[in-house]
Design a binder for this molecule. Sequence first.
Ligand code: AGP
Length: 611
Amino acid sequence: MCGIVGYIGKRDAVPVLLKGLKTLEYRGYDSAGIAVLSGGKLSLRKRQGKLSVLDASLRSDPLQGLLGIGHTRWATHGLPNEKNAHPHLDCSGKISVVHNGIVENFGTLKTQLIQQGHTFRSQTDTEVISHLIECYDEGDLVQAVRRALKEIEGTYAIVVLHKNHPDQILGARKGSPLVVGVGGGEQFLASDVLAFFTYTKKVLYLDDGEIVTLRKNRIAIQNFRGKPVHRNFHRIEWNVSLAEKGGFPHYMLKEIHEQPQAIHRTLAGRLEEEKLSLSFEKKLSSSLLKRIRRVIFFSCGTAWHASLIGKYLFERVAQLPSEVDISSEFRYRHPIVAKDTLAIPISQSGETADTLASLREAKEKGAKVLSICNVVGSTIARESDTVLYTHAGPEIAVPSTKAYTSQLTALYLLSVYLGRLRGALGAKEERAYLKELASLPRRLEEVIKDRHIQEVARECGKRYHTAANFLFLGRGVNFPSALEGALKLKELSYIHAEGYGAGEMKHGPIALINEKLPVVCIAPRSETYDKMASNIQEVRARRGIILSVATKGDPAIAKYSDHVFYIPEVSELFSPILVVVPLQLLAYHLAIESGCNVDQPRNLAKSVTVE
Ligand code: AGP
């Protein structure tokens, strides 16, 4: 995810662009840049690192202009450095573009453009857009942009500035947000209203497939067929703090709601029309992957829970013997690692010290390392032999949500890919898995939008935020879901909680059960459903308070539960992605009722870079 801005009007554009980018830094902050037009000259300034680096450069060596574009980056293709920072130019240097999204077919397009004689300056997917506009530039900028975008597969929100058109900036979107700020004698474009909120509260939302041309006193929207579009203005009533979170009260809630798009972005370019094509950031040959005989996952916290689910997937789908270590334990058990071992560190930040130390230990012992990271160019990513990036975008809230479901998505992709590669999966089974995987964003959206789930979570938050303890029970692939639910609750509401394999109940935890103990029972349809149903009865018999997660249309569970979160029918292997949303919302509402700091819980950091 990146942040993009554009301005045309009566003010000096540079301070307006910088202020806008500052408010969008939550969308990405590994590099930033602006382009401005003044007196027929298009000037560019880009810097690696946080926006403050660009800001300092512009203070010491200012640029001027009454129109301009800007970008703050969350790298998806190409390392986070100055060369890859946006805006990107065409060969002539007359056309500059900033982009938020993923050009899935950029490899093909880049090859074609190079064959036509274009020279590229960066490793990014975005740069192909600038050169495509150049190809079609015959004087009519809208026409050139429209024809260029027709060749793009993927998602985008772009803002374009052309040296020969000093009276306008253009914006277009498909799958990424772009909104127009309507001022008096000035117009704004941005990924989020927050960027121009202090100048105007009058906005126009663009829909996918629309191009907008902004002049100082005129706005024209048309669709990709060139047909004019009329759009009514909206008035934003947010206060600034609310605006930072896109209208949500907390980043965590915003990121829970972003999970379908995060999964869609993680699948983009890898699973298209139910066909799988995995390309890794750095080469790890398929012949080498075929020789792998064992997988070792290591990670921390929520990423460790994802790894535990990864083990189920790899053994079930790819028939690959797998084991899972907590990173802070791995190197101290003096692990036996052979050359045919694949080590898979999972880390949202890519900077967790214990996971980095385990990566180095595994490499030293001869393992190949394929990491699953959310931050391009992070230390763990750079030290791995190859990386399968999640595209969750920056996760601001300390309690991890969209990164977790994106990690699971990457693990589903990888398990099917390896299963196929190793001949452990037939074409029919592969198709079935991929069909289900492709449906996950839609099904997750259904769960997140489900008013009943939200009401039950709110109700339980009110009723049980004074409980001293919680117990979470799950079986099979949802045993790690129980651990994740317990962790979310602990780190958000400071209530003690434990996750257990439900079969373990009789070996101790059943002694805890009484009328004061809420027990979350994860019981979607599965091969262990009957056993889970018996466990629920055992809790009931001891007067435990039962909060169940069950499959829609299952009447039995409701009979023995005090509260039920119903999720849509889904096969067991994919259920963790849907199951976790009620658990995230339960933890969120318990924290709200307990008056805890949802986005920055006490004592916690977003990335634990010390051992
Ligand atoms: C999860 O909600 C926590 N924020 C924490 O457990 C986190 O998952 C863990 O610190 C691992 O971080 P990483 O994914 O960046 O390595």
